[in-house]
Design a protein around this ligand. Structure first.
Ligand code: AMP
Length: 492
């Protein structure tokens, strides 16, 4: 069988990011705290990181390719980033070039002064707006969708910075959790449907904004609350001012359900739910739906499969063992830029722990099958280690559609489950059986009665194709003709 990932491994470097954002208002160690916060959010983006701080009308920036620790581990870098306010960003683009010019926070000198911005999510009409703005003479410095927001803010005729941002955001569609910093304030906003997370925290007199609550824990900050879908908070010396400027577009939350399945860190709380607990509950539902009779051992594919495998083992009463060990010094498989390397990456990453597999009827648990590369390799090495039978259980429904709201998935044609039936996929990966959790089971696990199609509580487009916000660029096949003409190599 040909696989969905046959073909080019290189995708555009544009408009396709998963990210983490962080902001500190009113703390002596704003930059150091931001570095720690970004470190806790490293799983949300490993290709580049940046911090912009601000002190007495001057903005200080450090942006670089690579991990947070390699850029912000040095004392002099942190000392350079002066001031009691800072915002930061972790970037995770798809394969292809990662360009320094795309590393956030972006900065612009606007009519009211300097502004830095860090964005998590994907806009679905950014190409269209960019084309329009370029026609009118705008000069773009990067190829990220986020820069469109900067230009729209710059062109707004509204009086206050908040109103300029609101006007700009009324033009864009898609997913955004963003933080901006001007000389007077830090502003955090979540799009009307709240696709991506954003939380507010407190550390003494300081306020913190972060993509996930685990970034508050690392600096001992107290979790205050989630920023609500469609909410904008302005943090000034007077405190936090909240408003809901997108009332007409806020038709209930469509928070990304994949954050619970895979993307968020298990020790984070999202919408009041602990992510680890949600993953365990998914494993419990999965065992109820698709148990494997007389299996000898439940083995997670680490790390992402671990919590749901624990839930599966608890519910089924089958022993749990770490029959596969992961090497943590290799990045996520998706980061590798070509399919060949991706294959190699999987081997570098996982090894079998043979005594817990040999001669056994093994149930493997992972969170998702995307291209099928990981599952195929793992089944192969588990058989090599002497398993009697290998059954695969997946704690998400089949991923049949690409994400346009900020999770890095390949194009739809490259998704295994888009092209093949479950039986065909089982055959391809070489498993004796394969089962996925149902959509209703998944909703039950995250505390909702069912996947009510009239009124879905989450964005589940990757499983259903139900895209809550129009895919303007995709539908118009907008490619951003003026994008990425300059290729430039920077050393770190
Ligand atoms: P694949 O090998 O393409 O089927 O990818 C499946 C593996 O990638 C699973 O083990 C997931 O934990 C992981 N995964 C799923 N979604 C993503 C994503 N958006 N970015 C990186 N890894 C992912």
């Amino acid at each position: 069988m040909s696989t969905p990932f046959d073909g080019d491994g290189l995708e555009s470097d544009t408009f396709h990011e998963e990210c983490g954002v962080f902001a500190v208002f009113n703390h002596d160690d704003a930059a150091a705290l931001s570095a720690l916060g970004l470190h806790a959010l490293q799983h949300r983006g490993q290709e580049a990181a940046g911090i912009v701080s601000q002190h007495e009308d001057v903005f200080y920036a450090r942006r670089a390719l690579g991990l947070v620790g390699s850029t912000f581990g040095e004392k002099d870098v942190i000392e350079y980033l002066q001031g009691r306010r800072a915002i930061g960003h972790n970037r995770y683009a798809t394969s292809g070039d990662t360009l320094l010019k795309n590393v956030q926070p972006l900065y612009g000198d606007l009519s009211f002064g300097g502004m830095a911005i860090a964005h998590n999510g994907n806009l679905t009409n950014a190409h269209q707006i960019r084309d329009e703005l370029v026609q009118k003479g705008s000069i773009f410095q990067s190829t990220t969708d986020s820069e469109v927001i900067v230009h729209l803010i710059a062109r707004s005729s509204q009086k206050t910075i908040e109103d300029k941002i609101i006007e700009a955001l009324h033009r864009v569609k898609g997913a955004y959790s963003l933080v901006t910093m001007t000389k007077d304030c830090i502003i955090g906003v979540r799009d009307p449907l709240g696709f991506r997370p954003l939380v507010l925290g407190r550390l003494g007199e300081a306020y913190i904004l972060a993509s996930e609550s685990c970034a508050l824990d690392i600096i001992d900050a107290e979790y205050v609350r989630d920023i609500e879908p469609g909410e904008m908070v302005t943090i000034t010396d007077e405190g936090v001012m909240s408003r809901k400027p997108f009332k007409e577009e806020t038709t209930g939350s469509r928070f990304c359900i994949f954050e619970y399945i895979y993307f968020a860190r298990p020790d984070s709380f999202m919408g009041g739910k602990n992510v680890y607990e949600a993953r365990k509950a998914i494993g419990i539902e999965l065992a109820r739906e698709s148990n494997v009779e007389n299996a000898d051992v439940i083995v997670p594919i680490p790390d992402s499969g671990v919590p749901s495998a624990i839930g599966f083992a608890e519910e089924s009463g089958i022993p749990f063992d770490l029959g596969i060990i992961r090497n943590h010094y290799v990045g996520r498989t998706f980061i590798e830029p070509t399919d060949q390397i991706r294959h190699l990456g999987v081997r570098l990453k996982h090894n079998t722990n043979a005594p817990f597999i040999k001669g056994k009827k093994v149930v493997l648990v992972d969170d998702s099958i995307v291209r099928g590369t990981t599952a195929k390799k793992i089944v192969e090495i588990v058989r090599q280690a002497g398993a009697k039978e290998v059954h695969m259980r997946i704690s998400s429904p089949p991923v049949t559609h690409s994400c346009f709201y900020g999770i890095d998935t390949p194009s739809t044609e490259k998704l295994m489950a888009h092209r093949y039936s479950i039986e065909e996929i089982a055959g391809y990966i070489g498993a004796d059986s394969l089962a996925y959790i149902s959509l209703d089971g998944l909703y039950r696990a995250v505390g909702e009665a069912k996947s009510n199609t009239e009124n879905p509580q989450y964005c589940d487009a990757c499983f259903t194709g139900d895209y809550a916000v129009e895919l303007t660029d995709h539908d118009n096949k907008a490619t951003g003709t003026n994008v990425t003409k300059l290729r430039e190599r920077h050393s770190k």
